[in-house]
Design a protein around this ligand. Structure first.
Ligand code: SAM
Length: 270
């Protein structure tokens, strides 16, 4: 798919624009087109590298440090009654990555997995094999801000973990989540975020945001105020709280920055 996009861009720029319209195009136009192509190549390389390195980073830095908190947040997914009385519940996990949340799903469920990075699909499918009770409907390579292939009012549970830190627009994502949920459907979230304003950690997180350290090394990730985002959205009724996974191991600094999370469950009105 990525190869197709590159090929189309290449053909457009070098065959159509340069050869056919050679005498009419300005250098400025060539510069803009080439810059766009370069940006696309850089983004593809970053996506590929991130999908390759993320599972290794998780192993080295976090292991299972967030599992107890996630278990609490996702605890009652098991109790949800499916909107389709004849089938298991239908879950949409957005920004599914390698699929590290399967262990929190109900025993039997149908899954639509969505991620904007297509390079996660391979490791996602490998991990899925360890959970034969999860029926995969499809893996969708789309942006959460515009989930065109997910029909409205069709999903019992939407789940996200650590994606609002790298989406372009949290409000658009929340709007899409509300659209695809069935009335009474639930949105479970466990998002890493900024610490309480004024704390030392909050200041360090702002500093790391400012120098774009996290953003460059982790494919667009920043420390965000998800507590504020979901409250500003204002459409859901929700219960949530802060979780802080402290650690004193050798990788203390990384864990120190990423420790604060905001997790909970939001319900779409009937
Ligand atoms: C930090 S990873 C977390 C992966 C997984 N949720 C987890 O907790 O292990 C963020 C994931 O969100 C995906 N993502 C980021 N922005 C997205 C967007 N706008 N639409 C869809 N997926 C997105 C990334 O490609 C990546 O797989």
């Amino acid at each position: 798919m990525i190869a197709d996009v590159l090929l189309v861009n290449f053909i457009e720029i070098f065959l159509f624009e340069f050869v056919i319209k050679m005498d009419t195009i300005s250098p400025n136009y060539i510069y803009r087109k080439s810059l766009n192509l370069l940006k696309l190549i850089v983004q593809i390389a970053r996506d590929f590298l991130f999908a390759f390195s993320f599972p290794k980073l998780v192993k080295v830095f976090f292991k299972d440090s967030f599992t107890p908190a996630k278990r609490k947040v996702f605890a009652d997914i098991e109790t949800i009654i499916p909107s389709n009385k004849n089938g298991p519940i239908r879950i949409l996990e957005i920004g599914v990555g390698p699929g590290y949340n399967f262990e929190f799903y109900p025993k039997k469920c149908r899954l639509i997995a969505l991620d904007k990075n297509p390079y996660f699909e391979k490791i996602f499918l490998e991990n899925l094999q360890k959970h034969p009770d999860i029926i995969l409907e499809k893996f969708v390579n789309e942006c959460a801000e515009n989930m065109v292939s997910i029909p409205s009012n069709s999903i019992d549970v939407v789940l996200t973990s650590s994606i609002h830190c790298s989406v372009d627009n949290s409000q658009s994502v929340l709007k899409e989540i509300e659209r695809v949920l069935v009335p009474g459907g639930r949105y479970y979230f466990f998002e890493h975020c900024l610490d309480e304003p004024g704390t030392t950690r909050f200041k360090w997180q702002l500093f790391v945001n400012k120098i774009r350290l996290w953003q460059w090394t982790l494919n667009g990730c920043t420390f965000v105020d998800f507590k504020h985002e979901i409250s500003k959205f204002g459409v859901f009724k929700y219960k949530a709280k802060r979780y802080t996974a402290e650690s004193h191991s050798w990788n203390y600094l990384v864990r120190y920055l990423i420790a604060p999370h905001y997790g909970g469950c939001a319900v779409k009105g009937k």
